[in-house]
Design a protein around this ligand. Structure first.
Ligand code: DHB
Ligand code: FE
Length: 292
């Protein structure tokens, strides 16, 4: 049986990818940010999964206003790093896991969550920056990401966006799907994007440390209360792009302590937690939770 053993949560700022690709990680501005991921990179090596389900959002790269899937699962064999205007990032191709992805699609759709099936998609910074933060700089000519990745895209860009509670419940459905896959696989699920940031308008540059840290506390320790936070609170308190955080609730909902919308089991172990400002226009939050 496949099993979700851990969840990883991290912001996905594009400038972090650029700093890594251009060799700027030792600059004073970036040093404290990358220091927060040193532990995580070692943890990834020590706890290498067989597959990562990577919940992320596309930023009008693969999708556009022509087509806006609320939830989309990648069932392809591989995904190219996208060209977001400066050429594709020099990172390895992302290998998919079509068998597990198709099984999750079948199971989750039968659990009444309608997913869009994506067989071709370039993946933008929303997916590649979390991989780079957790796996370090890799040479696309000779290195590969440590394991296959199932991209799971959530619309948090164009309203209407899904609620935190819907994301939390979807996470539970994904865990059921994984646990009914008939192969011994160690699966990690990642929730990415956020924390507080607003990229445009009169409040551009908004950062709210206190709210971010309170939300992190809740996400970890009181996930049902966190799932009940309405979208308007994210936008008001964490900025218009702070809504990316609802994606973390998919990963949190997939942890073993949650069933039937409630906390029913022992809390996951908090293996690592980190928060840093600034990184471009964004606060960066990061956590690793392990099922006990
Ligand atoms: C920034 C943050 C994002 O989440 C994003 O998608 C694009 C830009 C930023 O801080 O610059
Ligand atoms: Fe973003």
């Amino acid at each position: 049986m496949a099993k979700i053993t851990a969840s990883v949560f991290t912001s996905h700022v594009p400038a972090i990818g650029a700093a890594m690709d251009l060799g700027k990680t030792h600059e004073d501005y970036w040093k404290p940010l990358f220091a927060g991921y040193e532990y995580s990179k070692q943890w990834m090596k020590d706890n290498k999964p067989d597959v990562i389900i990577l919940v992320f959002n596309d930023h009008a790269t693969a999708f556009s206003l022509d087509m806006i899937p609320t939830f989309a699962i990648g069932t392809a064999a591989e995904y190219k790093p996208a060209d977001e205007g400066w050429g594709p990032r020099p990172v390895p191709m992302v290998q998919g896991h079509p068998e597990l992805a198709s099984h999750i699609a079948q199971s989750v759709i039968q659990q009444d969550f309608d997913l869009t099936i994506v067989n071709k998609m370039d993946v933008d910074h929303g997916l590649t920056v979390p991989l780079s933060l957790m796996c370090g700089s890799l040479d696309p000519a000779k290195d590969a990401w440590p394991c296959p990745v199932i991209p799971f895209a959530v619309n948090v860009v164009q309203y209407p966006v899904p609620s935190g509670m819907r994301c939390f419940n979807l996470g539970q459905a994904i865990r059921k799907a994984v646990e009914s896959f008939d192969e011994d696989l160690n699966v990690h699920i990642w929730g990415t994007g956020g924390m507080s940031h607003q990229l445009q308008g009169a409040r551009a540059g908004l950062i709210n440390r206190e709210w971010d840290n309170h939300w992190l506390d809740m996400m970890i320790n009181d996930p049902v209360a966190c799932a009940n936070v309405p979208h308007i609170d994210y936008v008001r308190d964490a900025g218009s792009e702070g809504i990316e955080l609802v994606m973390w609730l998919i990963a949190r909902g997939a942890m073993a302590d949650i069933s039937n919308g409630k906390v029913t089991g022992p809390a996951p172990k908090v293996t690592h937690r980190f928060y840093h400002v600034p990184a471009s226009n964004t606060a960066v939050g990061h956590a690793i939770l392990e099922n006990t």
